[in-house]
Ligand binder design. Structure first.
Ligand code: ATP
Ligand code: MG
Length: 561
């Protein structure tokens, strides 16, 4: 329903126009075409949501196509990770395709081009070819091999395919125009020799097609109507079309390439190559390290698919590149977790509180709501006893009137429990506070209905009973880069901006209901933030990630604007 009121993005306008000009709805088909050379990142989420979103809007099939033409960089591990991530985001592809499925067809078409005199084998070194390329304002020079006979070209190309030549010895080039103002049209390379095993075709091929030759023809084979890619491919469109012009039989649908702007996120990098560098140089532990802007990293960190889809939907697609502030992504996960995450109590920076008028050895189980915003989420029991932990930050010996937490002589309510008053504290020789002695008002128990239970005090603190607390490792994350745009410096490498303090591991004390929390479970630790159980967690050693803090910095930014 919501879909109906949303205005169309410019790609949807293009589709609408095509429908108005004679395309049938049944002609529409899209694809998401990742290269399996790394894990998907938050930038890809925009492309996924765009393509699959179009599929849903127009009830059209969307293929998942692996652009697997470079065996030097591609692996099955990446294929599997990509499939898992797209599914997790909530999308279903129509068919799973691989550019490598089309190697034979592409080869046959290349032979056809040679026969038409539109492709030739060049036997120069890559340096020589680069020298002849010219500049955007200066024509290139034709290769001395440009006018080889068709027979010689056919024979050399076949021998390239048969593995008779070492890498770099020959390439197949399209014969287009060395004077074109578009450098990509200056006899682009279609095939190179690569003696590398491919994760799907193994050693069947020792020549591999280049991106431009592969992509448009794959779109054509799959009859993709709208082939959407990022802006850097705008100058490739002319070549995309040229290749199609050579082949397309007019009854079949001719795919269209259209471009949209890449999405960048602040304080991180969104490029598989650079993310790989972070993994290889052990800046992070893995592709799914919760600090990574990968889909798998965000999943492990506790993000929900809904929050990522909502983020992508909100930023929409654009015609110009810009950087989206990471706090907007955080806003969306906070908003979703606020709806779904049960509330629990945990203390991360403990200070011991002793309730001196509470009987030693006594325990009480207090009723605590799982989600104050939604009664249907039910409640649980939390244990109360004489010795508790509160956060160190929640106590001061002295403080001004604006400090609504605990201070000597002052009162606070313990969440779900009693009102306590700080009477005294003990310190070590350096003046660090070791313990706070408090008294409690036995009639003030939350929910007991007494006059005292309704008494208002300014502060409410979370706490845990020391004897019952469950210890857990808690991982606190900060931004992976100290700079808003680590990639945007001409004179400095992005690696120079890595934040050395992006991970802090501490011990937290959790209420005992969390003892059986399972990997992936998400919670709000009241007053602290949203946390989930990490994949490293075991029954003996619980590990939690802080997904995001509670404070809504994005809303503040919005208000100030
Ligand atoms: P990377 O540099 O991270 O490898 P890529 O564009 O080479 O990115 P592909 O696997 O080729 O990665 O991308 C698959 C699809 O996702 C392409 O259509 C690509 O244009 C799109 N895409 C990749 N990065 C972004 C991004 N940051 N924002 C929007 N779309 C993106
Ligand atoms: Mg790429």
């Amino acid at each position: 329903m919501e879909e109906e009121v949303k205005s169309l993005n410019f790609i949807e306008h293009i589709v609408e126009e095509d429908l108005a000009n004679g395309y049938g709805q049944q002609d529409l088909r899209f694809r998401f075409p990742p290269e399996p050379n790394g894990y998907l990142h938050i930038g890809h989420a925009s492309s996924i949501c765009l393509n699959f979103g179009l599929g849903l809007r127009y009830n059209a099939p969307v293929n998942l196509r692996f652009d697997d033409t470079n065996p030097a960089k591609e692996e099955k591990e990446y294929v599997d990770a990509i499939k898992k991530d797209v599914k997790w985001l909530g999308y279903e592809w129509d068919t799973e395709r691989y550019a490598s499925d089309y190697f034979q067809q592409l080869y046959d078409w290349a032979v056809e081009l040679i026969k038409q005199g539109k492709a030739y084998v060049d036997s120069q070194s890559s340096e020589e070819m680069a020298e002849q390329k010219g500049t955007p304002t200066e024509s290139g020079k034709e290769s001395p091999f440009r006018n080889r006979s068709i027979e010689e070209n056919l024979s050399l190309f076949e021998r390239m395919k048969n593995g008779e030549f070492e890498e770099g010895k020959h390439v197949l080039r399209a014969k287009i125009d060395m004077t074109s103002p578009n450098m990509l049209m200056r006899d682009p390379i279609m095939y190179r020799v690569l003696h590398k095993a491919h994760h799907r075709t193994n050693t069947d091929w020792c020549i591999y097609p280049m991106y431009d030759w592969t992509h448009g023809e794959s779109d054509y084979i799959e009859q993709v109507s709208h082939s959407l890619c990022t802006l850097e491919f705008l100058p490739h469109r002319e070549l995309y079309n040229w290749f199609l012009d050579q082949l397309v039989d007019t009854e079949k649908l001719r795919p269209k390439q259209r471009e949209f702007a890449r999405r960048n996120l602040s304080h991180t990098v969104v490029s598989k190559r650079k993310l790989l560098q972070l993994v290889e140089q052990s800046v992070v532990d893995s592709w799914d390290d919760p600090r990574m802007p990968t889909i798998s990293g965000l999943r492990r960190r506790g993000y929900t698919p809904e929050s990522i889809r909502n983020f992508a939907e909100t930023i929409g697609i654009a015609k110009r590149e810009n950087i989206v502030d990471v706090s907007l992504l955080e806003f969306h996960v906070r908003e979703h977790l606020n709806k779904i995450a049960p509330r629990v109590m945990a203390v991360l920076n403990p200070l011991k509180v002793v309730i001196t008028n509470y009987e030693e050895g006594k325990e009480e189980w207090l009723e605590a709501e799982n989600n104050p915003g939604d009664e249907s989420d039910g409640s649980r029991q939390v244990p109360f006893s004489r010795e508790l932990f509160i956060e160190q930050e929640d106590f001061r010996e002295e403080a001004n009137r604006k400090f609504f937490r605990l201070k000597l002589g002052g009162e606070v309510r313990l969440k779900n429990g009693y009102i306590i008053k700080a009477e005294s504290c003990t310190k070590d020789t350096d003046g660090n506070i070791l313990e706070v002695q408090c008294t409690y008002d036995p009639k003030s128990k939350s929910g007991s209905g007494t006059e005292e239970s309704l008494r208002k005090v300014k502060g409410t603190l979370h706490w845990v009973s020391i004897a019952h607390a469950v210890k857990a490792e808690v991982r606190l994350y900060d931004r992976l880069f100290n700079d808003e745009n680590p990639d945007g410096h001409k004179d400095k490498d992005f690696m120079e901006f890595v934040n050395p303090d992006s991970l802090k591991k501490i011990t937290g004390y959790l209420e005992p209901s969390l003892k059986n929390a399972k990997v992936g479970d998400r919670f709000q630790f009241q007053r602290l933030g949203y946390f989930n159980v990490d994949t490293d967690s075991t029954a003996e050693n619980l590990v939690f990630n802080r997904t995001v803090t509670l404070r809504d910095t994005w809303a503040k930014i919005q208000q100030n604007n």
